[in-house]
Write a protein that binds this ligand. Structure first.
Ligand SMILES: [Zn+2]
Length: 288
């Protein structure tokens, strides 16, 4: 089922038919439809980035990026396609940029008009067609690992290990050691026989995730009425108004105001014209 509302689908079709793809995409990027869809994605993804799965307890549209799995540079036709969209954190979105994740390559020619639905058409785990955890695991969202091609590719494309490994100089062992320290602080050293590392990691990860999920549930409960209001607003929008907005984006930019010409600049212009004599005398220019 589409995450766009029927009225939004009709609105987008009307605008696209009127102004063409390039202007439609510019219009969509600024539209309230995009703003509402971002919030739907936040809800669906539980405030977690579609690639690194990190949690951010906010529904602010400025904090989350709308991610185009097949990027707009090569696939402008999917700029507003439901199955091509998810929310990502800014770090992953910036890292992925224009990476082309469609397989096989080279890019299809002529271009395809439908978003490919099969997971094997993508070089990375698709936010909608793959289960993230089938491809990746992590130690406290700091060190990621994978034993599938797609997972390894996502680690490369989104530089998932860069913050911990390159910037903080952490490795798997140091992260595990930090988590174990935290674990023993939490249980107050009261364990007679310390559980094995794997169990500590699983218990800590579960604890972190439960806490984040609880916070997400509270935040998303506040989002629900907002989404209902945005849905009602979408139903009230008028197609003519939307088309007018899109046409305004298509209009050529207003001419820059006439530059006031200085005397020195005027003289050099006159000189550059050359010829047997200057076309204007200095007094002509002064009068202007
Ligand atoms: Zn991310």
């Amino acid at each position: 089922m589409s995450r766009f509302l029927d009225c939004e689908i009709a609105e987008m079709a009307g605008v696209r038919a009127d102004v063409g793809e390039e202007v439609f995409n510019r219009w969509f990027d600024k539209s309230e439809i995009k703003g509402r869809l971002k919030k739907v994605c936040m809800d669906e993804q539980g405030l977690r980035c579609c690639y690194c799965r990190k949690f951010d307890n906010t529904t602010n549209n400025l904090i989350w990026d709308l991610e185009h799995v097949l990027c707009e540079l090569y696939y402008p036709q999917f700029f507003a396609s439901d199955d091509n969209l998810a929310v990502a954190c800014k770090r992953c979105n910036n890292a992925k940029k224009h990476e082309d994740v469609l397989r096989p390559q080279p890019r299809p020619d002529p271009r395809i008009e439908e978003v490919p639905q099969q997971p094997e058409c993508y070089s990375i785990p698709h936010p909608r067609f793959d289960a993230w955890s089938d491809h990746l695991s992590h130690v406290n969202y700091q060190i990621y690992s994978s034993d599938t091609d797609k997972g390894v590719e996502l680690m490369r494309v989104c530089k998932l290990n860069e913050p911990a490994v390159d910037q903080a100089g952490l490795d798997h062992e140091s992260v595990v050691a930090a988590i174990k320290t935290q674990f023993f602080q939490i249980v107050d050293n009261a364990v007679s026989a310390p559980p094995p590392d794997e169990e500590i990691l699983v218990r800590m990860a579960r604890g972190v995730q439960n806490l984040e999920d609880e916070r997400a549930a509270m935040t998303l409960a506040g989002l629900a009425p907002k989404l209902r209001a945005l849905g009602r607003k979408a139903g009230r929008r008028n197609m003519e108004q939307s088309i007018a907005e899109a046409r305004a984006l298509a209009a050529p930019p207003a001419k820059p105001p006439k530059e006031k010409i200085s005397e020195g600049r005027a003289l050099s212009l006159v000189a550059s014209v050359g010829g047997p004599r200057a076309r204007y005398s200095l007094s002509d220019l002064r009068d202007n």
